[in-house]
Design a binder for this molecule. Sequence first.
Ligand code: ADP
Ligand code: DP6
Length: 338
Amino acid sequence: MTQGTGRCRAHTNIALIKYWGKQDEQLFLPMNSSLSLTLNAFYTDTKVTLDQALKQDVFLLNHQKQSAEQTLKISNFLDLFRHKYSISAKICVESINHVPTAAGLASSASAFAALAGAINEAARLNIGLQELSTFARRGSGSATRSIFGGFVEWQKGTCSTDSFAIPLDDAAWDIGMLIVVVNHREKIISSRQGMKRTVETSPFYPAWVKSSEKDLVEMKKAIVTKDFSKIGELAESSALKMHATMLSAQPPFTYFEPDSIRVIQRVQELRKKGLECYLTMDAGPNVKILCRLTDMDKLKQELSTEFSQDQMILSGVGSGIHSLSENEWLLSKKGLKS
Ligand code: ADP
Ligand code: DP6
């Protein structure tokens, strides 16, 4: 295959049972299985063009040509496909993030899921979704789960081919997330570096892995029985346990900022007052609040005494990857939703 074009959209996902730590850094095999909810508010659109005439791969993110370092990251990912499917062409990747990049809002998850989907289409590889998730995983672990919509499990597996995502439930649920953007600047410690340091130095790390496995079993039961309270309790607990491993790493670090703590306290107060909501946080200071869709407006109103409208983003459940028409792609490039 020397020519071809593919366009794909993938939504971000937020883990309810977190992935934090790798057993194999090269292959992106995680220490523990994880489980997420795909969100419709944030997504990445990517166009891939195979072009025999190109001398080297090109990577444009949000209309900007990226550095040699960022492009190399993309080339290494594309090589996985080139090697397996004997593709010789260099590739032009154009991507638009409808999500802040590297701010703990999971841009890498939607990015590599969209890129995997776009190359699958451009080179007409016909890779099935489960296998495609093993490719997405090699770009960024959390991207494994963004191939699918709704609740998704990433089964840690034992080797590269059986560490993949499976969709659990993407039916319409009365569930969503309110994201409080405390800070959308790029983070200083990437998730990759953070989890590596934690695995290597935190004495709490083995306990994290053990308790995640238990939480995952409970979470899957709660999803089957549609037990919102249990889902929320487990999600909040998984996030806080993960963040505790960072405080116990050497040197210690945290993604919490003063405003993150304010949101955490507000969530816990609101819950006491009867508004059921639960928080989760990733490798960044922003707080995601899991709530019923029917409570979303009330929640936003309660938080608006302390946080501006711009800081609060509401999201429902997102779908899995899908291809885009040229027209949808052009709208996306203009920053418009299709
Ligand atoms: P986040 O919290 O946003 O996932 P990470 O530090 O885990 O932050 O990942 C951000 C990195 O993902 C970026 O530095 C870049 O290398 C990669 N990335 C983000 N968006 C894209 C994209 N649309 N296409 C390809 N790579 C991307
Ligand atoms: C805290 O998937 O960004 O968001 O695999 O090194 O690319 P790499 O890390 P990444 O880590 C995500 C960590 C997390 C939890 C989660 O999404 O499960």
